[in-house]
Design a protein around this ligand. Structure first.
Ligand SMILES: Cc1cc2nc3c(=O)[nH]c(=O)nc-3n(C[C@H](O)[C@H](O)[C@H](O)COP(=O)(O)O)c2cc1C
Length: 573
């Protein structure tokens, strides 16, 4: 059943389906991306999935985003009398799943809220009213009757500090909220079309789960102890049933891969304070584009032993300013960090823009007194964070990762076979500048690993290093321009685009450009240009092989010849 909300401009619809004899999902379908969150990069909208489980007792697992208030609550009323809800399970308290909790508690005043200890504490701050509650730990169960015994699995940091999974023993469905999800909106309830979903599944993992890879593996170990799982009912996107094994294997493989790095950055933020979580996420995403591992930790809910242990293991620390008042737990965690830091650690600080931030200079000075190396200039925020700031944070994170990974990279390169390197160096390519625009953001890079790959449609591949700034602009569905450089007329462009640009820099300052139909910049001095769309990406060890199709293109000088790049060794471009 699909019901629309005609009064709303954005396409918000609701889908109601039975996923087991006593279990119904209410999926809030949000077809249009309408905000800049890094993990919404693929622009396929999203869904917020909520579940009704009917035993002798009635349980609701998660609800919806506040923007679906009327639509969701009307639909819920159509399914059950909300006053009869016995339990509301909150997988975590992020507003997109718990934004309607105050309304639900109005409608179901006797409902008992079930969640992790941290989730219950966060919810108290969110709804400002008394409510019945059950705090659950890993392995706790709740019997709804009719065989529906719910078992809770602790899954902190996936991707909020207070996350739990819920396993229903009768239906063998595991409700995981953010974990294993994707921002993908379609009427398909399940994951039948693996090829269509894969880019979104990966992108979502990279943004939200890769910075918590260790927590992913811990949660999956706990999942392994459960009986068979037939369906993973996620909070975003389609439910996993057809490709459950394949998709969970991917999570395991990617997380194990991330965990291999010996170098680690601990990113500390304060959940639900200002823009701390979003900004820390952007920085963490930037770091994980390099070879460096990240672990994120919420200052407010982290156990002092965990803080101490993470600081002890980390080479780099990134800390978002906590509130200066009313958050004694976060302040105490900062104290623990100071007590645990050791010399040779690298530290970067950022403001949270929460209105009551701990003064950043005080902390900067304290770390300086301890002779810790600054990872980057403190990130000070004067205005409401926008996409340019998130780009800045991501690129700052990548720079930090590259800084920490430099020594290791040099060692690796030196160990290769010299003759083989020279032979590989005889592979040559043309010279190109890739340019891209996404909203108000732009990026560019010089590329020579470009090769035509198909006639129909016309398409080519380019190998893009995983830690390139422009990599974030070359996700499946993104558009860009391939500018071909001309022999005898490319030195100025090559020199310009090979500059080491600081995070967030305008890479086109002083360069003559005009906009393409897809809005990406066309270079005035390009011999030819092509307007392109990314169709698929193949993962290599250190590059993404990006296959794109060409929609339009022109040559400015019919007699011009493409600049060719000859090199000596295959260990650099
Ligand atoms: C001749 C030459 C060819 C290059 N070709 C590629 C390429 O095909 N893919 C790539 O990822 N980087 C390539 N690079 C590296 C990037 O152009 C450049 O170092 C990069 O823009 C800087 O990193 P950033 O954009 O992430 O800041 C090449 C560099 C040179 C000098």
């Amino acid at each position: 059943m699909v019901a629309a909300a005609p009064q709303l401009q954005k396409r918000l619809t609701i889908q109601v389906e039975d996923i087991a004899p006593d279990i119904t999902t209410i999926r809030s379908l949000d077809w249009d991306r309408d905000r800049f969150d890094i993990e919404f990069g693929l622009q396929n909208g999203t869904t917020y999935n909520s579940f009704i489980i009917r035993g002798d007792k009635l349980a609701l697992v998660d609800s919806s985003h506040a923007k679906f208030r009327e639509l969701y609550l009307d639909t819920l009323r159509g399914q059950i009398d909300p006053a009869t809800i016995d339990y509301i399970v909150i997988s975590h308290t992020e507003p997109d799943h718990s934004g309607l909790m105050a309304d639900l508690l109005d409608l179901a005043p006797n409902a008992v809220v079930v969640g992790a200890k941290v989730a219950i504490a966060f919810l108290e701050d969110l709804v400002h009213r008394p409510f019945e509650r059950i705090q659950v730990k890993n392995g706790d169960t709740l019997d709804l009757g009719q065989g529906h015994t719910l078992e809770f699995v602790s899954a902190p940091n996936l991707h909020w500090p207070d996350t739990i999974f819920t396993y229903d023993h009768k239906s063998q469905i595991l409700f995981t909220c953010d974990a294993f999800g994707m921002h993908y909106c379609s009427d398909d309830l399940y994951d039948a079309d693996l090829a269509a979903l894969s880019p979104d599944f990966r992108f979502y993992y990279d943004c939200l789960m890769a910075p918590n890879a260790r927590s992913v593996l811990s949660a999956m170990k706990r999942m392994d102890a459960l009986p068979e799982i037939t369906t993973i009912a996620t909070g975003h996107g389609p439910l996993l049933r057809h490709n459950l094994q394949e998709l969970t294997d991917r999570y395991r493989r990617w997380s194990q891969e991330k965990g291999k790095s010996e170098t680690l950055v601990g990113v500390f933020y304060t959940s639900d304070y200002g823009y701390s979580d979003r900004l820390s996420q952007a920085i963490a995403r930037g770091i994980t584009k390099t070879d460096i591992a990240v672990e994120m930790m919420d200052l407010r809910s982290a156990d002092p032993h965990e803080v101490n242990e993470l600081v002890g293991r980390a080479t780099g620390l990134v800390i978002g300013m906590p509130p200066s008042t009313g958050a004694s737990d976060a302040q105490a965690a900062i104290g623990t960090i100071f007590a645990a830091v050791h010399d040779k650690q690298t530290v970067g600080l950022f403001e949270s823009y929460g209105g009551d931030d701990e003064p950043i200079d005080t902390l900067v000075n304290k770390f300086r007194d301890l002779e810790l190396r600054p990872a980057f200039a403190p990130i000070r925020i004067k205005d409401t964070p926008d996409e340019a700031l998130y780009q800045f944070c991501e690129e700052t994170g990548t720079d930090l990762g590259q800084l920490l990974g430099q020594a290791k990279k040099l060692k690796k390169l030196k160990s290769l076979d010299a003759d083989m390197e020279k032979a590989l160096g005889r592979i040559s390519g043309g010279l190109y500048i890739i340019t891209a625009r996404k909203g108000n953001l732009t990026s560019a890079m010089l590329a020579s690993w470009v090769s035509q790959a198909s006639f129909q449609p016309l398409g080519f591949t380019v190998a893009v290093a995983k830690d390139r700034a422009i990599e974030s602009f070359m996700q499946v569905g993104d558009q860009f321009v391939l500018n071909v450089l001309e022999e005898n007329n490319y030195n100025h462009l090559m020199k310009h685009f090979l500059k080491r640009f600081p995070p967030g820099a305008d890479r086109f300052a002083g360069v003559r450009t005009r906009p393409a139909i897809n809005t990406s910049p066309i270079l005035g001095d390009a011999l030819a240009y092509m307007e392109c769309t990314v169709t698929s990406r193949m993962e290599m060890s250190d590059h993404w092989l990006v296959y794109s199709t060409v929609q339009d293109g022109k040559v400015s000088n019919p007699d011009g010849i493409t600049a060719v790049h000859h090199r000596k060794v295959g260990t650099y471009y």
